[in-house]
Design a protein around this ligand. Structure first.
Ligand SMILES: [Zn+2]
Length: 177
């Protein structure tokens, strides 16, 4: 039985302790999570027919990518499921085709929304700030704590404008090479 909650409720309820267990959230609200042998470049997909919903991720990708993909697809379910009833939505999130990812009926901004949701779920603002305040103030350390890739954490830190609170500010030029 699918529970139709909104994205902010999901974040408030589940994104409390890092790392967030995305698979458990997907299953807890009544969706099916599977890992499938998919071609390189394909990250995952979501299928929803109005009654059941399956979120699939590429079994051949690394654990952090799988977590991000699963969170992205969960975002599509929470925000865009009515658009998904007609056809499954396939994502390429990490390769050079990522910005051409969009497949009708979804548009580019739906992908941006799904990525934003994934970032907010996996790296909640408050938890990231607390972690930095407690002394975990490098991209590497934060990425490990939240079980995300370094690039995902770097992007999140920039969008939260927390660069200056880090010991390894990604924008700071190296003093010497
Ligand atoms: Zn997508």
């Amino acid at each position: 039985m699918i529970r139709y909650e909104v994205e902010d409720e999901i974040i408030r309820k589940y994104a409390v302790v890092a790392p967030v267990d995305v698979k458990a959230i997907i299953r807890d609200i009544g969706l099916t999570y599977v890992e499938r042998d998919m071609p390189p470049g394909e990250s995952g997909y979501i299928e929803y027919d109005g009654w059941t919903c399956t979120i699939a991720v590429n079994a051949n990708e690394g654990p952090q990518r799988k977590r991000f993909t699963a969170a992205h697809e969960l975002g599509h379910f929470l925000m865009h499921r009515d658009l998904l009833r007609k056809q499954k939505h396939l994502d390429r999130l990490f390769d050079e085709a990522a910005n051409r990812n969009t497949a009708a009926p979804l548009e580019y901004w739906h992908e941006v929304q799904a990525n934003n949701f994934a970032a907010r779920l996996l790296m909640p603002k408050q938890t990231v700030e607390q972690e930095i305040a407690s002394g975990n103030n490098t991209i590497e350390g934060l990425a490990r704590k939240f079980d995300v890739s370094r690039s995902a954490m770097e992007y999140r830190i920039k969008s939260l404008r927390l660069e200056r609170q880090l010991a390894d500010d990604p924008d700071r030029a190296p003093a010497e090479l």
